[in-house]
Write a protein that binds this ligand. Structure first.
Ligand code: ZN
Length: 220
């Protein structure tokens, strides 16, 4: 009966764009103004090259609203082989998040995000798909959203780049986790009914060619 209460809470939750809305909605709110940048380093995954200024490292797509990294890591720098030195290794979730983004560490976020952005994301997902369904969250971090989805009746799985984060999520929320980029998973076709990317697409340098083709074949 626990998941019925979660579903009711999520469905009743007021829409709040300041909570957990991610970069896409933030970009959409800003997309009405701003100069189109000439010759951007990268186009959007949707093929649109008309991008406007957003921040020092990101432009925003005038078509779909996604942020587009202009100086982000290349495809070879995304995977985590060494948790102590690779960018998205353990320290990304501790020192980098605190020093560069002013955010609590991953252990604190596991608690803070659960009743906040995770509930908002659940409410959004339910407008597309009700349980039972198979879901995969790319960039699931501490795994709170995957745990919430499982409690709501979904067959949910998470994916993270860092072996340390994968273990942390498994131990914290007792959830199934995949390790490594989606391109390295070799999942059977139609493995999932829903694939979630919250604050992920804008971190990838070329998602159209490296992530999205795999996601398409993995979806049912
Ligand atoms: Zn776009």
């Amino acid at each position: 009966m626990a998941f019925r209460g979660i579903l009711q809470s999520a469905l009743a939750m007021e829409s709040n764009r300041s909570v957990g809305c991610g970069a896409v909605l933030v970009a959409k709110k800003k997309s009405c103004d701003g100069e189109v940048v000439q010759n951007p380093n990268r186009s959007c995954w949707c093929d649109n090259s008309r991008l406007i200024s957003f921040s020092a490292h990101y432009l925003a797509c005038t078509n779909c609203g996604t942020l587009v990294s202009q100086a982000g890591l290349g495809p070879d720098q995304i995977p985590v082989r060494d948790d102590s030195s690779d960018f998205y290794g353990r320290e990304y979730w501790f020192s980098y998040q605190r020093e560069h983004l002013g955010l609590p560490n991953i252990a604190q976020r596991a608690r803070l995000d659960l009743p906040e952005r995770c509930l908002y994301w659940l409410r959004t997902l339910l407008t597309y798909k009700l349980p039972p369904a198979r879901t995969l969250e790319l960039g699931s971090s501490h795994g709170a959203f995957v745990g919430l989805l499982r409690n709501a009746g979904f067959e949910a799985t998470g994916l993270e780049l860092s072996p340390w984060v994968v273990d942390f999520a498994r131990q914290t929320f007792d959830i199934p986790m995949l390790h490594g980029p989606i391109e390295e998973q070799h999942l059977p076709e139609q493995s999932f009914d829903v694939i979630v990317l919250n604050d992920v697409l804008e971190h990838l340098s070329d998602p159209k060619h490296h992530a999205i083709p795999n996601l398409k074949t993995t979806l049912s």
